[in-house]
Ligand binder design. Structure first.
Ligand code: MG
Ligand code: MG
Length: 259
């Protein structure tokens, strides 16, 4: 049985979620052809520390940076590098914070300049599949209801769901129970209880669902080297409707990113 969070804990998780949400927006403002992912990482780390938080990914099991920066066929866990972003690329940015003893964790895939129609669709469908998952994250449902919602939506567009990685509970630890797969069967999995805080994070491939781990032991690539998108938000399971803690409003409502 997964223990729900107290409202006091949820407030601390909300503070983290806002810092993470704003950090993603700071990164998004600077995503453009000619920029390196290392520069974007620097912007994020400075912003996180200026807000009194610590980048929780840095040093986590040896991860070398504040953010995961996953370009094109990299699904997740890419290292920021001196790779120069090019028109038509996509970059998945995953950000984690530690603040007042609790964690924040959210991700967004940004288009670099103009992307082709299929890539645009991959981004839109992946983000929409996340919101489908959030709709299913209500008390009385089970994690399989979330997975089913994400999977059935994404696959209806001919895209595929990465199964090797999944969402998770969030609290004092970055990864807590329950695991939240992006595929599944309705009525199966862990029971969702009011007050549980979970990260839902679909990783959706344009082509086949197969992935492999790079030699550095971190970056997860699509086996067919087609693009993959990743969106992640933190929500509280409530009765009737989940409550979002992190948000894309800072990215999408100030007009700086072409969505
Ligand atoms: Mg994440
Ligand atoms: Mg996560």
């Amino acid at each position: 049985m997964v223990k729900p969070k107290t409202e006091e804990e949820i407030e601390l998780l909300r503070e983290n979620a806002i810092i993470v949400s704003k950090t993603l927006a700071e990164v998004g403002k600077r995503v453009a052809p000619g920029v390196t992912t290392l520069e974007l990482n620097r912007v994020a780390e400075t912003f996180i520390r200026d807000n009194g938080a610590v980048p929780s990914f840095l040093g986590f099991e040896g991860f070398p940076a504040a953010l995961c920066m996953s370009v094109n066929d990299v699904v997740v866990h890419g290292f920021p590098s001196d790779y120069v972003l090019r028109e038509g690329d996509i970059v998945s940015v995953d950000c984690g914070t530690l603040y007042k003893g609790y964690n924040g964790d959210s991700a967004y895939t940004f288009p670099v300049g103009e992307v082709d129609a299929e890539t645009r669709s991959l981004l839109d469908v992946t983000k929409a599949s996340l919101y489908k998952g959030i709709e299913a994250a209500v008390a009385g449902n089970r994690t399989g209801d979330i997975g089913y919602a994400v999977q059935s939506y994404a696959e209806s567009f001919g895209f595929s769901v990465v199964r090797e990685l999944e969402g998770h509970g969030l609290g004092k630890e970055m990864h807590e129970e329950p695991g939240v797969p992006n595929y599944g069967r309705r009525g199966k999995g862990t029971h969702l209880v009011e007050g549980m805080v979970i990260c839902i994070e679909p990783m959706i491939n344009a082509g086949a669902r197969g992935v492999y781990l790079a030699r550095n032991g971190w970056a997860v690539h699509t086996s067919d080297h087609r693009k993959s998108a990743h969106y992640e938000l933190t929500v509280v399971v409530r009765k009737g409707k989940a409550e979002q803690l992190s948000t894309y409003d800072f990215i999408e409502k100030d007009g700086t990113v072409n969505i």
